[in-house]
Design a protein around this ligand. Structure first.
Ligand SMILES: CC(C)(COP(=O)(O)OP(=O)(O)OC[C@H]1O[C@@H](n2cnc3c(N)ncnc32)[C@H](O[C@H]2O[C@H](COP(=O)(O)OP(=O)(O)OP(=O)(O)O)[C@@H](O)[C@H]2O)[C@@H]1O)[C@@H](O)C(=O)NCCC(=O)NCCS
Ligand SMILES: Nc1ncnc2[nH]cnc12
Length: 465
């Protein structure tokens, strides 16, 4: 997730003007509410970009947590300026003990994943110096890059802006994943969501190079009906994947994964039986199988956040890349596309994605889809092309014969969004032109399609589509 995407730079004068405006606003509130404590809440973001769609989202979620920390106090005034180009900010007038209010806001800063990005000022008649963090037994604010004293890092200019942005993106990514929870669901609900995801993906059009109801794309050996047959053949596997995981009682989740893989091998064979040997959903069998398994295991007692789901997945697949790719030179049978690309380019492909907890789906595609607008077809087209901007698609690399194709894929994605994506006829026309080029060049983004399937599956479970 890049929270600075679609953010606009502002100049120093705007920052200084905003500082003056804030000070005057606070003074007016002190006069209007003389017995209240005035709380100013804004983000502490270095560099010229102070606001963006994702920074505003992070602020709003954080604000919810701050008000939760202040729930014991009576809030007599609140006003927020989310659209300020100098960054989302707001003010509260709170009735309560000054020290208790200060402690409550410090607890947010210290305990919330996103707390260190917030700058919360407390003002009242008493001299604030008596109420510094140190005077309340807390250390000074720490740098969100190196954890040392923030003031020292800022004064000495220790860090580059890029390292600051990286740290902020990491903080916001983890925080946003903790806001998305998959509630405890029945086996039937989870399996139906998986089936829905398979059928939604193949129904989506126009997709570049991929099979949909209008075009077989760059695949001479499959049609939309092949994918429907393939999807229906996988329902039993999804039920099995749920069952072995929901009832798994061991501590070593790699054992659960190995049991799943045996089911997956059988599912691949069943898929091939249903498609007359065509590989439609090999990647989806792998990815959806792991997701269903992790969710079944993770929701046995209650809901599971996306952040915790990733931890379960990484525990399941901790040995996957090493196990699958060791001693490839000894393998007698023809190497698969993924094995060849690991051997030739050290690209871990779908296995690497799984072992990392499916970051493209969890960190980027799912939050993107949940925020997307328009018809289902529009939302899914934009999500597919968003995935295309970051994925190492081994299916595409195989077809193109080199990872260099990934540079073109990023450019195609960028151009699509520059044209307005699915919301404009120019964006849709561009997709149709891309499909023609993909067919001519025999290109396909099957891995990207699989990531979309995983994304739709999770979005369905959280009620986001
Ligand atoms: C781990 C396996 C997936 C091993 O498969 P393989 O070694 O082949 O690994 P990859 O090639 O890296 O990936 C296999 C498929 O995964 C999809 N994929 C690729 N990159 C990504 C990615 N970054 N993220 C997610 N998914 C990705 C992709 O699948 C799609 O494309 C396939 C259609 O194409 P294919 O037939 O390969 O190619 P065509 O273009 O159609 O060629 P022609 O037919 O024209 O010649 C389709 O499968 C889509 O899903 C990759 O192809 C796993 O299968 C495995 O471990 N298998 C062993 C048995 C097992 O354990 N299974 C169950 C595991 S739970
Ligand atoms: N619609 C699609 N076309 C081609 N390959 C795919 N792999 C997954 N979905 C696909």
């Amino acid at each position: 997730m890049n929270v600075f995407e679609n953010g606009r730079s502002i100049d120093l004068m705007s920052v200084l003007d905003n500082k003056e405006w804030r000070s005057h606003y606070q003074e007016r509130l002190k006069i209007q509410y003389p017995t209240a404590i005035i709380v100013s809440i804004k983000l502490n973001i270095p560099g010229p970009i102070k606001s963006s769609p994702l920074l505003k989202d992070s602020y709003n979620f954080g604000l919810r947590d701050i008000k939760q920390c202040l729930k014991q106090f009576k809030i007599v005034y609140e006003r927020f300026f989310i659209e300020n180009t100098t960054g989302p900010e707001g003010f509260l007038a709170v009735l309560g003990d000054l020290k208790a209010v200060k402690l409550a806001t410090i607890s947010f800063e210290e305990t919330s994943t996103i707390g260190r990005l917030f700058d919360i000022d407390i003002m009242a008649e008493q001299n604030e110096q008596q109420l510094s963090r140190r005077s309340l037994g807390y250390r000074a604010r720490t740098c969100f890059i190196c954890d040392k004293d923030a003031k020292t890092c800022i004064k000495q200019g220790v860090h580059t802006l890029e390292s600051g942005y990286d740290a902020i993106n990491k903080i916001c990514t983890i925080y946003m994943k903790k806001q998305i929870t998959i509630s405890k669901q029945s086996q039937d609900q989870i399996v139906r969501a998986a089936m829905t995801a398979l059928l939604y993906e193949v129904s989506l059009n126009p997709k570049p190079g991929l099979v949909d109801p209008v075009s077989n794309g760059a695949h001479s050996d499959m049609t939309v009906f092949t994918f429907i047959d393939s999807s229906l053949s996988l329902q039993q596997y999804f039920n099995e994947a749920y069952a072995i995981s929901h009832d798994f009682s061991g501590d070593d989740l790699t054992v659960m994964f190995e049991t799943l893989r045996q089911l997956g091998v059988r599912a691949e064979a069943k898929m091939c039986g249903a498609t007359h040997g065509v590989n439609t959903h090999k990647g989806a069998i792998f990815s959806l199988g792991i997701l269903i398994s992790a969710i079944a295991y993770g929701t046995r007692i209650g809901g599971v956040t996306v952040n915790d789901l990733q931890k379960i997945i990484t525990k399941m697949t901790v040995n996957l890349v090493q196990h699958d790719f060791k001693n490839l030179y000894k393998k007698k049978q023809k190497l698969t596309a993924g094995e060849q690309q690991y051997q030739q380019y050290r690209l871990p492909g779908i296995r690497g994605e799984a072992a990392a907890g499916f970051p493209i789906v969890m960190d980027m595609a799912l939050p993107f889809l949940l925020k997307s607008v328009g018809s289902t077809n529009q939302r899914l087209l934009d999500t597919l092309m968003k995935i295309a901007s970051s994925i190492v698609d081994t299916n595409l690399i195989k077809r193109a014969g080199s990872p260099d194709i990934l540079t073109e894929l990023k450019q195609w994605s960028a151009t699509y969004f520059e044209l307005g994506g699915s919301q404009t006829s120019a964006g849709i026309t561009y997709l149709k032109k891309l499909d023609v080029e993909f067919v001519q060049r025999h290109l396909s983004i099957g891995g990207t399609a699989d990531n979309l399937i995983s994304t739709v599956f999770l979005a369905r479970l959280v009620g986001g589509i």
